[in-house]
Design a protein around this ligand. Structure first.
Ligand SMILES: Nc1ncnc2c1ncn2[C@@H]1O[C@H](COP(=O)(O)OP(=O)(O)OP(=O)(O)O)[C@@H](O)[C@H]1O
Ligand SMILES: [Mg+2]
Length: 379
């Protein structure tokens, strides 16, 4: 049965022993806090002792904002729960503690990161703390290197492949990142002034060939457990510590995808801060530090690491970063870093520059060899 504000009190009473945070008789107050598209997120607090609280994430069997006519398997929450377990095991402290997962009800009960803020909002406000970028780079490096097929052998990799066979969510990403933005699709939208740029993209055969290549990589390369949606809205910052949330897209895939998504959202932020050299410089530094901390983890797991391993990951990441930027400018889901710009001519200028940069990343991803080469294109 679906969970809502009416049925939740009963649910919490029944699940009390598994969740183990509240006293049996405690009066609980519940508020819906999530602003996401797919799921409902609630904060449940002890009315007398509000410092005792949890987050409940519930996946209805459809896309929340579209309603029951748009079914979507609740299995997405099983993958999120498994990813939370894995992250906790490999990189404890980088994700909220998971108290309970109820597969039948499709509910995760987890630690409430009460005073945390969303990283994207920090970046919008001009706070680009490079320590946070390093932590996320390290998080990705740990999880990727320790689930990487060449490091763990085929039998363990096969286990992860089965645990994270998240084909439904993988297919959604394939559509919304790699296909829809470059076809006529009802969910696409963009600033009308970008029309000529968008039309040009759709007939640029060189570009489209690279998109196809990256899409094939996304769908077929199986290297490690990836988060699958690691943009700056999936990172909460609490006491200068990065906490990764929302792993419902996790699957066993090309590890460069996480890096690429994360970088892309820093690049979008970079362009949105046009003219603010202090913030732009911090964002560029952050991009480099993500790579440094990421690769340090790989080198630690395998001292004899082949240089091609990292250069292949890098090039995939660059291509994926370009595609993520483009789909955030012309596809279904834009970012508020740019949507929030009120001066429309400034917004268009920023969007055009970001679109050109994203296009270059896609087209040149196989020839760019290091972070410095990308950052040089930003100056
Ligand atoms: N453990 C937590 N502690 C505090 N706040 C949280 C926690 N988990 C989620 N939130 C809040 O709820 C919001 C939505 O969470 P989440 O991104 O997991 O939901 P979602 O429905 O999957 O979103 P989307 O549609 O973007 O995928 C977060 O942006 C954050 O503000
Ligand atoms: Mg989500």
């Amino acid at each position: 049965m679906e969970r809502n504000l009416t049925t939740l009190p009963d649910y919490l009473r029944r699940r009390h022993a598994e969740i183990r945070v509240f006293d049996a008789q405690a009066a609980l107050s519940i508020e819906e806090i999530g602003d996401g598209n797919l799921n409902t997120v609630y904060r449940v607090s002890d009315a007398e002792r509000p410092e005792r609280s949890i987050i409940l994430k519930h996946a209805p069997p459809y896309i929340k904002i579209l309603g029951p006519d748009y079914p979507l398997s609740t299995e997405r929450l099983t993958f999120e729960s498994r990813a939370l377990d894995l992250y906790n095991r490999l990189a404890s402290g980088t994700v909220p503690v998971q108290y309970d997962f109820d597969v039948d009800a499709a509910v995760i009960a987890m630690e409430d990161l009460r005073d945390a803020h969303v990283l994207r909002d920090d970046l919008i406000a001009g706070t680009a703390d490079t320590a946070i970028a390093e932590q996320v780079g390290q998080f990705m490096g740990i999880v990727h290197s320790q689930t990487y097929v060449d490091n763990i052998g085929n039998a363990t990799a096969q286990h992860y492949r089965q645990q994270f066979a998240n084909v439904t969510m993988q297919a959604i990403t394939a559509d919304y990142v790699f296909t829809f933005p470059f076809t006529e699709h009802k969910t696409n939208f963009w600033t009308p002034g970008l029309d000529p740029d968008v039309q040009h993209l759709k007939v640029d055969t060189d570009f489209l060939r690279q998109v196809e290549h990256l899409k094939r990589t996304f769908l077929t390369v199986q290297q490690g457990v990836i988060h699958g949606d690691l943009h700056t809205g999936s990172v909460l910052v609490q006491d200068n510590t990065a906490k990764v949330i929302d792993a419902e897209f996790a699957f066993y895939g090309p590890v460069g995808f996480d890096l690429g998504l994360y970088w892309a959202n820093y690049f979008l932020s970079y362009f949105s801060h046009q003219g603010n050299l202090r913030v732009q410089s911090a964002l560029k530094t952050a991009v480099g530090q993500v790579w440094d901390t990421y690769t340090a983890e790989f080198t630690m797991v395998d001292a004899g690491l082949k240089s091609e391993t990292l250069s292949n990951i890098f090039q995939d990441a660059v291509g994926f970063a370009g595609l993520e930027m483009l789909r955030r400018l012309i596809g279904a889901a834009h970012v508020k870093d740019i949507e929030g710009i009120v001066d429309l001519s400034r917004k268009l200028r920023i969007e055009r520059t970001a679109l050109q940069f994203g296009t270059t990343l896609v087209k040149q991803h196989q020839s760019l060899s290091d972070v410095a080469a990308i950052l040089a294109m930003l100056s």
